[in-house]
Design a protein around this ligand. Structure first.
Ligand code: URA
Length: 233
């Protein structure tokens, strides 16, 4: 990042005033007087008037209702749309916490807080994630019991999970299930393991945090209390 932006983010002064300080030779990078427009990173040691400045990046937290047809990466080698395009312009460098498949919709958190990302994604923490899955051709309780008890996917059995049929008609069943793992395409593969195809999949909750009030494709900042809730989930 350019030195004036870096200094402004450190709270030294406005970018313009930082430029003046640079012109006055008050700013050094790794012991050398810096020049206007010089690029710096957090690896550099920056001083103003001989005093070190500390670059603290403000933590940002967003909740998004991801639509299908978007990938959860910063850039895509196949040129598909990414969830980053749905963030407000004012958002800093935040990253998706875990992934939802290209075809999966629903609750996605994006942040630059690495500790929270690790907390929410580490298998040891068994964070409950709830999905609504539309099962082609329907499903009965006996079949769903297999999913609840755990099925083998990619050579390893899934953990016990809760699952309920919430709606049925002659063509499909809607199942709400809560899993505490986050394996690749886990929900789709769990139903595949019992010969069922998931026609539609949406994550509706992480813990008790839901998508309430958030339209498809919309995104908002998490409140402080929601962030605290996630940190202790
Ligand atoms: N399970 C899936 O199959 N897909 C997702 O995106 C998330 C969980």
């Amino acid at each position: 990042m350019r030195i004036n932006k870096y200094l402004a983010e450190c709270g030294v002064a406005s970018r313009r005033n930082c430029d003046k300080m640079i012109e006055d030779g008050l700013v050094k990078v790794n012991g050398k007087t810096c020049t206007l427009g010089q690029e710096v990173s957090d690896k550099d040691h920056v001083t103003v008037n001989g005093k070190s400045v500390v670059h603290v990046v403000k933590k940002e937290y967003y909740i998004m209702n991801k639509p299908k047809g978007y990938v959860c990466t910063v850039s895509d080698d196949k040129d598909r749309k990414t969830v980053m395009e749905l963030l407000p312009k004012s958002a800093g460098r935040v990253f998706p916490v875990g992934r939802l498949d290209y075809d999966t919709e629903g609750l996605l958190i994006l942040t630059n807080d690495g500790d929270l990302t690790l907390r929410l994604t580490h298998p040891r923490n068994e964070i409950p994630k709830t999905y609504m899955a539309k099962i082609e051709g329907g499903i009965d309780e006996k079949e769903l019991d297999k999913v609840r008890a755990g099925v083998e996917i990619d050579g390893k059995k899934t953990k016990r999970c809760s699952a309920h049929i919430v709606e049925t008609d002659k063509n499909y069943a809607k199942v709400v299930l809560t899993i505490t793992e986050g394996r690749n395409r886990q929900v789709r593969k769990m139903f595949e393991a019992i010969g069922k195809n998931v026609a539609f999949l949406k994550r509706i909750k992480i813990g008790d945090l839901s998508l309430r009030g958030l339209d498809r494709g919309a995104c908002r900042r998490l409140t402080d209390s929601e962030v605290e809730y996630l940190k202790f989930l």
